[in-house]
Design a protein around this ligand. Structure first.
Ligand SMILES: [Zn+2]
Length: 215
């Protein structure tokens, strides 16, 4: 099967943004916006470590560490304990800053179903459905995320090969289909709490995520 087409996107703006996380970790990112992303959403790339340098002179020859991170307003911004997104984002920022690479912040909330639907899915989960069943009950697919824009963003950044920081095999699969060489897959940590144990277990079993959780 030929790879799906990947329309060309271009860099629209790049600007330095100093970052400071909740517990004090600081780093500086070069934030990129794009023209031509296929879904018209405002996805952004954070260049960290040696990739915070101006693009023309950044880390030539080294394979960047890349995490495509799907937006999670409740977890990323408010520290929701129903998922592990906030902790993963924080870990990814530091690990990518140390290794050099990109955090792709993808505006696909709730596995692509949107914020309101995600909150509705939470109410269904409170009645006993798991995270995938709840999405199906709402008329969505289990996971509606696409990584086509991630492929476009990487190509615009001149990146052909990556180390992929993710536990999700679907991300590697999709990126490869979009022509990105995944040289290595680097797992993220596991952030288990009373509130998200069920969610993480479901991801491990049904989503085939690489998570070391004792069941
Ligand atoms: Zn989340």
């Amino acid at each position: 099967m030929p790879p799906p087409s990947l329309p060309t996107a271009t860099i629209r703006t790049q600007v330095l943004v100093p970052l400071r996380f909740g517990e004090g970790y600081t780093t500086t990112a070069r934030v990129f916006s794009f023209d031509g992303l296929v879904d018209g959403q405002e996805h952004v790339a954070f260049g960290l470590g040696d990739r915070a340098a101006p693009l023309t002179s950044s880390g030539a020859g080294r394979v960047p560490l890349v995490r495509p991170h799907s937006e999670c307003l409740t977890g990323d911004v408010f520290g929701s304990q129903r998922c592990d997104c906030g902790s993963q984002l924080r870990e990814a920022a530091q690990r990518i800053a140390e290794a050099g690479g990109y955090l792709l912040y993808l505006r696909q909330e709730g596995r692509g179903i949107g914020l309101y639907a995600k909150l509705e899915a939470y109410t269904l989960q409170d009645t006993g459905l798991d995270t995938y069943e709840a999405n199906l009950a709402l008329g969505h697919r289990e996971d509606e995320r696409s990584y086509q824009v991630a492929g476009q963003m990487l190509r615009a950044l001149g990146v052909r090969e990556i180390g992929l920081l993710s536990n999700n095999p679907d991300k590697a699969l999709q990126l490869r289909r979009f022509g990105v060489r995944v040289a290595t897959r680097v797992p993220t940590g596991v952030y288990l709490s009373d509130s998200n144990a069920c969610y993480l277990t479901t991801k491990a079993i049904r989503g085939a995520h690489t998570l070391d959780i004792r069941l």
